[in-house]
Each structure stands twice: as C-alpha cells, then as structure tokens.
Design a protein around this ligand. Structure first.
Ligand code: SAH
Ligand code: SF4
Ligand code: F3S
Length: 482
C-alpha cells in the first residue's frame, strides 16, 4: 500500500519514510476558488499508506469548502497540516522531525497554525499537545468534518483536539480534491477501519471499526473520474475482501466481488485496481470476477507477513502457511497471468531461525513480483506488545530482513525477465523519471514499463508495448502498436 515502485524494499522504504512525506498541491487553481476563497492557504504533507493520502484529499476538500486554498509552498501557508502514520516507530520519528521544522516556521511567522492529522494523532490524542507545544490542532481520521471548527478555534488562539472514532463515518458524500495527481490514476476509499486484530498492528486502534461505504457513491466517484479523463482507480481498504454494504432500501447486500464488477462496468477503458486483500478473506468469486473483466487489473497485493504457521498464529493472522499457499494456487489457477505481491515482517516476537527460513522460501514459492519488507517494530498497546516479548535482537532482525530482501530481488528479476519478449497493454502515466523522451506506464500486473515516446500518444492513453529488457525494478520496452 505504499509506493508502487517494485524496487522499493522494506529497508529502502524505511529510509524513504524518514526522508520525506509527500507534498500535496493542486496545479490548477480551484474552479470556485476566487468566489469562495478566504485568502488563506493550507499546506498538507502525508505519510503512511494510500488510505492516508486518500484522506488528505478529503481534508483538502473540506478545507476548500470554507475558503482555504492548497499550496505546495510552506512559506505561503497559513495552516500547515501533517497527516501522520503510526505503523512503525520510524514513521512516528519522521513526523516528529518534521514538526521541529514546522516549529521553526511558526516562530518566524507567528499566526501560522500547525495541525496533526491521522493515525499518530489518534494514537497520542491530547498527549500531542503536551509533548509538542506548538501544535494547535490534533484531529483523528474520523473527525475531519470538524476541522473547520478546530481551525476557527486555532485562529482565536485555542488549541483543539478531536479524536473521536466513528462507526459510520465514510465521507461518502465528500468529493475528494485530487491533489498532486497525474490526472490518470486516483484512489477511491471504499471502506474505513479494520476489524482484524493482527497482534503486531496499530491500525485497529487508530482507525477504529470497519465500515463500508455506500456502493453507489463509489461508482459515481469512479464515473466522475472517468468523465474527467482519469483512466485508473484503486479501491482502497485495509481488508477490501470484507467489503459489505447493505442497501437500506431493499436490504440487499453488496460484497466486494459485486462492487468490483459495478466499478469495472463504469467503462471498459477505466482500469480498476484494489488494495489490500487479506488471505483469509479473498474469495474465488472475486478471482472469477477479475478473470471476467479485462479492465480489472491482474494484480493482487496479498500480504503473507510470515511464511511460518506458528508465527502466523502469534500474529493472529487467522490463516496458516497451507491456507495461504492454497489461496496463491487458486489465484494462479483462475487468473494465470496474475502478479502477486506481499508485505513481510522479519523478526516478529519469538521467531526462530527455521521459521524465518520458511518466510524466505515462501517468497520464492509464491513468486512475488515484489514485496514491502519490514523488520518488526513493537507498537504500544497492540496485542503483541502486551503478550509477547520483542525478543529478536535488532542485528538478527536486520540480517533476516536482508535475507528476505535478497531473495525478493532475485525473484523480482526472474519475474521481470520472464516478461521479455511479451507485449503488454500499458496505461501511460507520464514522462519517465530519467527522460522526457520516454514515457512510463504500468501493465495490468502493475509493473512499470519505460519506453520511447511516440508523438500521437499522451498520458491517459493506452499503448501496446513489447518488453525488450528487464531489471529487478523496471521493464524496458518499445511501442509495438499505438
Ligand atoms: N491491512 C493491511 C496492512 C496494513 S499495514 C494488511 O492486512 O495486509 C501495512 C504493512 O505494515 C503490514 O502488512 C505489515 O507488513 C506492516 N506492519 C504493520 N505493523 C507492523 C509492525 N508493528 N512492525 C513492522 N511492520 C508492520
Ligand atoms: Fe492491521 Fe491486520 Fe487490519 Fe491489516 S488486517 S490493518 S495488518 S490489523
Ligand atoms: Fe495507514 Fe499508517 Fe495509519 S499505514 S492506516 S497511516 S498507521
């Protein structure tokens, strides 16, 4: 659920997390900006998963309603917001470092307001105001509608907290302000919260109970995006397979397979992706739906976390190695061209060497196209923190992580090399990082392909690209049919 670059290993990711969040801005001014504007600007930086990035777009929309306009220039901001992540200790450290910098700005420009949003706000609540003296607003993921009130209070010098979690809030009626967008792909949140209790995970505490969003509002958001030129939507939830929405009018229940089909029917040229699937919940019905629609991308992020059944039990993942392998086999059987990726935690409480080796072997067996890999970071208040000692020494965690990363790199290279000579339908996202003479885009399997431009093509177009070369990170190709 992070960056989509297949080179991104857990180690690199940890570095990235400390280096930067992503700055959101909108290239064009708001359409109604002039009449609605209060002359003030907000700046928002986001950390963590796609859900957080998606939430920042909801926050931007809420703020624009009360006249604030987005800016990417910190020095222009009247309101500085940071949407935070608590998933690992490093993620929280990064945010604290950023807050030090915002403190300096605030001292130089009194009157600038600083707000902390998201999972860390939810976890630390009012402690934040005690610990970080210059923070004005602390607001949790379910309380964003209250942001204008808290901002108004902050303008009067009041420091405010709202970290109430909700059982209903889905922000279904709020049309997200697409920020920092390539105009081609967008996220759509389909549910919030999580009812699983993976013992290592802080998300159920920071995001509250699981709830699903009205399917019709999801479809109309997808339709609207398509009408505005977008060609790819990613349906977001911590556990999309447990999507469950009951129509209050006729009591009919919509599950994830049905929702996928509804979104796929918006237009054959609108690609549909989703994240994250939970191995215990992904059904054959979903797999058959994927197989039936060309525009549902043949890519599943199916985090295994560990390849060993005993560790999985301590993690409270509620599946074992055999169950997971059966699900992987079902995917490859029903959708032979599907790519699978994973999240993996090295060095969880009590993990033995042979248990770790089963994780390494799983990477190879499942043939992941890529994985996000992390070493275990104990989170206060979680089941694991209460129940199991964090007893794998740091050097062992790091060594095991490196072994998993090495195996994944080999498997990714093998996976990519197997694509050389094949031709894929690629959705063009924009210029490649290295050259404006090249485009980058993804195939259905979510692999980035870089290829020389042709004049008549532009971002948002599809092209047929033949793969001519591969590294463990990227495919290189040439257009075979525009
Ligand atoms: N809902 C998703 C995961 C969301 S968190 C799922 O169930 O797969 C993203 C990833 O962060 C997790 O898959 C896990 O690999 C990692 N993660 C979560 N808590 C962690 C912790 N305490 N230490 C290290 N990694 C963790
Ligand atoms: Fe965390 Fe597990 Fe929920 Fe994923 S499914 S968010 S890992 S508790
Ligand atoms: Fe996402 Fe981090 Fe929260 S991964 S749900 S932003 S703890």
């Amino acid at each position: 659920m992070y960056d989509n670059n297949p080179t991104l290993t857990g180690i690199k990711k940890e570095i990235d997390e400390t280096k930067q969040g992503q700055v959101f801005y909108q290239e064009k001014p708001l359409e109604n900006g002039a009449e609605n504007s209060n002359g003030k600007h907000f700046y928002i930086e986001s950390y963590g998963c796609q859900m957080n990035f998606s939430d920042s777009e909801i926050v931007a929309s809420i703020l624009s309603e009360v006249g604030f306009q987005p800016t990417r220039a910190l020095e222009e901001a009247d309101l500085i917001l940071v949407n935070t992540c608590s998933i690992r200790e490093k993620a929280e450290e990064t945010v604290r470092k950023r807050l030090r910098i915002f403190d300096k700005i605030k001292r130089q420009r009194p009157g600038t307001m600083v707000g902390v949003l998201g999972c860390m706000a939810e976890r630390l609540k009012s402690k934040f105001l005690e610990e970080e003296k210059l923070v004005d607003i602390v607001i949790g993921p379910d309380a964003y509608r209250d942001l204008p009130n808290l901002v108004a209070g902050a303008e009067e010098g009041e420091r405010g907290v709202n970290v109430l979690l909700s059982r209903e809030e889905t922000y279904a009626d709020i049309s997200p302000m697409r920020l920092d967008s390539n105009g081609v792909s967008a996220f759509i949140s389909i549910m919030r919260g999580c009812n699983n209790m993976c013992s290592f995970c802080v998300v159920p505490f920071t995001r509250g109970r699981e709830r699903s969003r009205d399917c019709f509002s999801i479809v109309s958001e997808a339709q609207d995006l398509y009408d505005r030129g977008y060609r790819e939507v990613t349906l977001l939830g911590q556990n999309v397979d447990s999507y469950h929405w009951q129509n209050p009018e006729n009591e009919q229940v919509v599950n994830f397979a049905t929702l996928l089909e509804m979104v796929a029917q918006v237009h054959p040229d609108l690609r549909v992706r989703f994240s994250t699937s939970h191995p215990k919940d992904i059904t054959d019905e979903v797999l058959h739906t994927m197989a039936r629609y060309e525009n549902i991308c043949k890519y599943i992020h199916l985090p295994v976390q560990s390849g060993n059944s005993v560790v999985l039990e301590r993690m409270n993942r509620t599946y074992d190695r055999e169950w997971y392998m059966e699900r992987v086999q079902a995917i490859y059987r029903i959708i032979p061209e599907c790519a699978i990726s994973s999240d993996i935690i090295a060095g969880f409480c009590g993990e033995q060497e042979h248990e770790h080796q089963e994780t390494v072997s799983m990477v190879e067996w499942a043939n992941y196209s890529m994985s996000y890999m992390f070493f275990y970071s104990e989170r206060p208040g979680t089941l694991a923190a209460r129940k199991y000692p964090d007893d794998v020494p740091m050097d062992v965690k790091k060594r095991r992580l490196q072994e998993i990363v090495n195996m994944q790199n080999q498997v990714s290279l093998r996976h990519n090399k197997a694509d050389v000579g094949k031709t894929f339908k690629v959705l063009i996202e924009g210029d490649s990082k290295k050259s404006d003479k090249e485009f980058k885009g993804r195939n259905s399997q979510n692999k980035m392909i870089v290829f020389p431009k042709l004049d008549n093509l532009k971002p948002g177009d599809y092209a047929w690209v033949k793969v001519t070369g591969a590294t463990s990170a990227t495919l290189i190709g040439e257009i075979s049919f525009p």
